[in-house]
Ligand binder design. Structure first.
Ligand code: ZN
Length: 222
């Protein structure tokens, strides 16, 4: 599996399928790709905030991926004429052969002033690999349970502070989930977010994880 970072919280997982998560490309100053270059077969959106839903509706209409999102977001997609599978927290679905589980995230969620269900994280299982995208989230104790239940190999973790965990709290998240590899996200995109990952690398490595820092446009092969 190849993991490509498109900046902020947007990742593309490429293996037997192309899975795109949180495609905030237009308006994302760090993105190095154009939305029309993305051809996902599976599209996932952690919550309704514009820096996560982003270009999802346009990409969905053009590329016609299978979409698995929390119920209220699925209704939003359907209102825009896009088919989407509604899910809820700790529920799983098979999308184009990719197993997706919706996980809790401690955060709010709305789109254009409208409530769009709980914010979520995702466990994506493809080609025998398990990747946990934590979404936008604060620290919460169920991360230990997520680690025990799913043993994700990779964790994509927000570290930017203000709207999510700080680099220091993200270390605590890594201690609970115990992934083999961790990729920090949701920092530096805007001036209000942390501009560096601070002591995250040292702390996460002490917790036994390998830290891979990707610049937007860069990939890591598992
Ligand atoms: Zn958010």
């Amino acid at each position: 599996m190849k993991i490509t970072y498109h900046g902020h919280a947007c990742f593309e997982l490429s293996g037997s399928r192309r899975v795109l998560i949180d495609p905030f490309i237009s308006g994302n100053p760090s993105a190095r790709v154009k939305p029309e270059e993305l051809e996902p077969e599976v599209l996932l959106v952690t919550h309704g905030h514009e820096d996560h839903l982003g270009d999802a509706l346009d990409i969905a209409k053009r590329a016609k991926p299978e979409i698995g999102v929390i119920h209220e977001l699925a209704v939003l997609f359907q209102e825009h004429g896009v088919e989407a599978t509604g899910m809820n927290i700790y529920g799983s679905a098979e999308l184009a052969g990719v197993r997706v589980t919706l996980l809790p995230a401690l955060h709010s969620s709305s789109y254009a002033g409208r409530y769009t269900g709980s914010a979520c994280g995702y466990l994506v299982e493809m080609d025998g690999r398990k990747v946990y995208h934590a979404g936008d989230t604060g620290l919460f104790g169920d991360m230990r349970l997520i680690g025990e239940l799913f043993s994700p190999e990779v964790m994509l973790v927000p570290v930017g502070d203000r709207y999510t965990m700080s680099p220091e709290l993200a270390v605590r998240a890594v201690e609970m989930v115990k992934p083999e590899l961790v990729i920090p996200m949701h920092y530096r995109t805007f001036p209000v977010l942390a501009q560096s990952i601070g002591a995250f690398t040292e702390g996460a490595e002490k917790a036994g994880a390998r830290v891979v820092v990707l610049e937007p446009g860069e990939s890591h092969e598992l």
